[in-house]
Design a protein around this ligand. Structure first.
Ligand SMILES: NC(=O)c1ccc[n+]([C@@H]2O[C@H](COP(=O)([O-])OP(=O)(O)OC[C@H]3O[C@@H](n4cnc5c(N)ncnc54)[C@H](OP(=O)(O)O)[C@@H]3O)[C@@H](O)[C@H]2O)c1
Length: 417
């Protein structure tokens, strides 16, 4: 058995749950009481080179502490007290906090202490975030295996949910070279459902100039997954026949457009209500999975990306052209176990490759996506917008599994739902 493939399969299983995570969280008493959260983590795509230096907020002094000074006289005391109160208020932020695993009801909007960037980190004022399947896997710690991956066995170590975000740089650490205050950025972080978040600069890229914050927040995890699955794992080539199963979701809507940008002929598999959308974003052919099983049509594809839905690994193999590649990014547990256990064996017996896949956070790929987005070759599909206070509803909706494109959380006052 090809060990690399087996490992990849296992990672594929875990990644479709969000994973490859290393998190450490600390709490310490402070002005915000129990909700005072200090987080160290490597983010959802933990294997990115350069994410080894973790934020250590336990070393950071609360901002307000530095502002307390000696006072002279009653007027001065009052002024100082007001300044301290203001400073403490300024050091707070709203965030979606959860202290136990469970359904969306465990998510609460709380006032907590704003994080302080380490030397190699950037503090971002978040303008928009987006919801991924990853978020509800982390929220529920499901499947159970997630708990064994360092995210907290009994309760979440990182108590702020959210990964993808876009915003404006507020402060930078001393060693940060790529960004300065005021820069507009997007990326995958840890704790993105908050007014502020700290992240290593390598987790971020400049926001595409033609995109709103909401559009930019919709991009990172789903688009990077689609890009790496097609280009790196699938070795996509111009003129190939490519099928995307689950073409109407977050990953799928990017996958259709990215495959088109590589010059492929794209077939999108989705349900009746999403056929038009699939055509709009460039699919050459569409298949309604409620009426037709593409694995039984006799059609063959050079590359198949499974972003959602279920077919047995043998059915996928049957739909591949000789020399073709199947990339499994997600789907049912059965599908994931099949690619993990049988994929390496099937790949050795014949010319067709059956591969699992794990996305990795990668700044270069964010920059790659920026170019595609700015060229208008890829356009984020956003179905709904929620406010930060409605984050639980947003996650609940994504968990239902039928979102069209991306669901965005806007930190503006007037979300359009
Ligand atoms: N491997 C990795 O590294 C990696 C990285 C990120 C995400 N993932 C995983 O990738 C998966 C997809 O992510 P996502 O963001 O695209 O999820 P998503 O947005 O929640 O997917 C929802 C979409 O899936 C479609 N769908 C549901 N059942 C389907 C079926 N039987 N056949 C075809 N389409 C179906 C739905 O369309 P209808 O409403 O028309 O049914 C809907 O548009 C998730 O499981 C996620 O965990 C993996």
């Amino acid at each position: 058995m090809n060990l690399d493939m087996a490992q990849q399969g296992l990672l594929g299983l875990l990644t479709s749950l969000g994973r490859k995570f290393t998190l450490r969280a600390r709490s310490r008493p402070g002005p915000a009481g129990p909700a005072n959260v200090h987080v160290q983590d490597r983010g959802p795509f933990a294997s990115l080179p350069g994410t080894d230096d973790l934020p250590d907020f336990s070393r950071a002094e609360p901002r307000s502490r530095n502002l307390r000074g000696p006072s002279e006289g009653n007027g001065q005391v009052q002024m100082n007290m007001a300044a301290v109160r203001q400073a403490e208020k300024d050091a707070q932020m709203k965030a979606i906090v959860y202290t136990r695993y469970g359904p969306p009801d465990v998510l609460h909007l709380e006032e907590i202490e704003r994080p302080v960037p380490k030397d190699d980190e950037v503090l971002v004022r978040v303008h928009a975030a987006s919801v991924n399947a990853y978020d509800w896997h982390m929220m529920r710690a499901k499947p159970f295996l997630v708990r064994l991956m360092g995210v907290g066995f009994l309760r979440p170590k990182n108590r702020i949910l959210g990964a993808d975000m876009a915003g404006r740089v507020e402060e930078v650490g001393r060693e940060v070279k790529q960004f300065g205050p005021g820069d507009e950025v997007f990326g995958t972080v840890s704790g993105g459902f908050a007014e502020y978040v700290c992240a290593p600069e390598t987790a971020l890229a400049s926001k595409p100039a033609n995109l709103s914050f909401e559009e930019a927040a919709a991009v990172p995890m789903a688009a990077i997954t689609a890009l790496q699955a097609l280009r790196d794992r699938g070795q996509i080539q111009r003129g190939q026949k490519v099928l995307i199963n689950g073409a109407s979701g977050g990953v799928g809507t990017f996958a259709v457009q990215i495959a088109k940008s590589f010059g492929a002929e794209v077939t999108a598999v989705c349900s009746t209500k999403n056929l038009d959308k699939a055509r709009t974003i460039g699919a050459d052919k569409v298949i309604d999975y409620t009426r037709e099983d593409f694995t039984k049509s006799g059609q063959r594809y050079d590359l198949i990306l499974a972003a959602n839905g279920y077919h047995s690994i043998l059915a996928y193999r049957r739909s591949l052209s000789p020399g073709g590649t199947y990339v499994n990014a997600a789907g049912s547990m059965a599908q994931l176990f099949q690619v993990m256990l049988l994929g390496p064996l099937l790949s050795m017996t014949g010319s067709r490759k059956m591969r699992g896949f794990v996305a990795k956070r990668n700044q270069k790929d964010l920059a790659f996506m920026k170019e595609l987005l700015e060229a208008g070759r890829v356009v984020p599909v956003i179905e709904r917008r929620y406010s930060l206070g409605q984050a639980a509803e947003a996650v609940r909706y994504v968990e239902e599994g039928h979102a069209r494109g991306k669901i965005v959380i806007t930190l503006d006052d007037n979300p359009q739902t």
